[in-house]
Structures are given as C-alpha cells and as structure tokens.
Design a protein around this ligand. Structure first.
Ligand code: C5J
Length: 234
C-alpha cells in the first residue's frame, strides 16, 4: 500500500495515496489574469500568481504517480439560467457575470476567461467539474466521482483560499472526506484572508481539515513514484 507521512497542522497524518485525489480549484484565467471576474470585482489578480508554480509541481508529481486529478471551474451557462439573481446583480453593472470582457463574457462557460490557466491545463483524462457555486460539491457530480473511485482523502489546491477553497473543504468535511489543504498552492487577493482561511480549517483539532506545505509532499510522492508504486486505474 503506497503511503506517505505528512507533517500537517494540527497533526501529522499518514495517507494511502491510492485513496487520495488532487483537487485543483478554480485556477481559471478569470481569476488569475487581467480582464476577468477577479479584476472586475476590483482585485489585484497578480496576488494569485504565486500559487501557480507550487500547483504545477504538485500536479506534475500527482500525474507521475497516477493519482486521480480533478480540476474545477466556477462559471455559468451562457443564458445565465444557473446563476442566482443575487450573484448576477452584484457589483458594477459593466463588470458583472455575463458582461463582455477582454477574455470573453465574464465567468461564462466556453469563454476564454473561464478556462484554466495554461500552466495547469487539464489532461484529456482528468475530470473537470463545472460548478455554478463556490463549493465544488454544490450541484455537481464530484461526490459521485470520488465515491466511485474509493477516494477518502483530498489534497486541495486553488483559489481563493477563503472563498471556493474554504467552501469546498467544508462541504467535503461534512461528507466525510479528509482534506489536506496545501497552503502554498492556495492564494487570495487578500493575504490576511488567506491566512485566516487556513487558520479556520486547521483550528480546534482540524475542524474542517489539515493544512500542510506542498514541497515535502511533492518530494515524498516523487519517491513513491520512483519506487514504481503507481496507482492502478479503476
Ligand atoms: C471567488 C473563487 N472568489 N473561486 N471564487 O469568487 O474563490
């Protein structure tokens, strides 16, 4: 059984990597690049770029090991029928969801801005979950996919720490999935919210999950991979 020990907070953990998946949340051009949803809301999108290289390293080693990798994207149907009016009417009308922007209509499925950044682009066999909400379990088939593959542990990366990462981790925790949030693979437009988002997850004995840095995990997974303990696809 391929296992790794992770020095996480609030406590170290042993993970059987055959039962683990990498979940990369919303690393979309709309959040990370100029002209998208993140910028439309008045944010400095460059604050998110620091998470790209650590995510790339984690993604590379997960792929080497044959670990299940799932990507998510937040966004809506072109006719906006899946977007709650409350969400649609938020912010400056010129920059709302569905408004035209330099990367196409903001946060709309199929538009260039809605897609994942090139550095982390999914492979053909990696599921991509299109979600209308902040949480990746809300109105999606993510839970079904995880249960069908016997996954009980999620390594969580993505943006933003306090919004879609936190919401998803809370949803996962309520469904009985263990989450290990990789701190340097997540980011926020607000550094304080990033720190608070991680602190809330690991507080009170890990009330929503655990938090760990990615480099030691990447190294440990690379060792497993060199030993040839690749996951057998099901
Ligand atoms: C936000 C997200 N921040 N992916 N979405 O609206 O966190």
């Amino acid at each position: 059984m391929p296992r790794v020990k992770i020095e996480a907070e609030p406590a170290s953990l042993i993970v059987d990597t055959d039962n683990a998946a990498l979940l990369i949340i919303d690393m979309q051009r709309d959040f990370l690049e100029a002209g998208g949803f993140g910028e439309a809301l008045g944010n400095d999108v460059t604050r998110l770029r620091g998470a790209v290289a650590p995510c790339q390293a984690m993604l590379g080693t997960a792929r080497e090991l044959g670990m299940l990798v799932i990507h998510t994207r937040e966004g809506h149907r072109p006719d906006l029928s899946d977007a709650p009016p409350l969400k649609l009417h938020r912010g400056d009308p010129r920059n709302r969801i569905g408004a035209p922007g330099p990367m196409g209509r903001i946060l709309i499925r199929g538009e260039p801005g809605h897609d994942i950044v090139p550095e982390l682009y999914p492979l053909r066999d990696e599921p991509v979950i299109d979600k209308p909400g902040k949480g990746a379990f809300y109105q999606t088939d993510l839970e079904l996919m995880l249960r069908n593959r016997g996954i009980d542990t999620l390594f969580v990366c993505g943006v933003t720490t306090e919004v879609c990462v936190n919401t998803t981790v809370r949803e996962a925790n309520d469904r009985g999935f263990r989450c290990i949030v990789l701190a340097d693979c997540c980011a926020s437009y607000f550094p304080k919210f990033h720190e608070a988002g991680l602190a809330m997850i690991k507080a009170q004995g890990g009330i929503f999950g655990s938090v760990a840095p990615s480099p030691p995990l990447v190294d440990a997974l690379a060792v497993l991979s060199r030993r040839g303990t690749k996951r057998v696809a099901i």
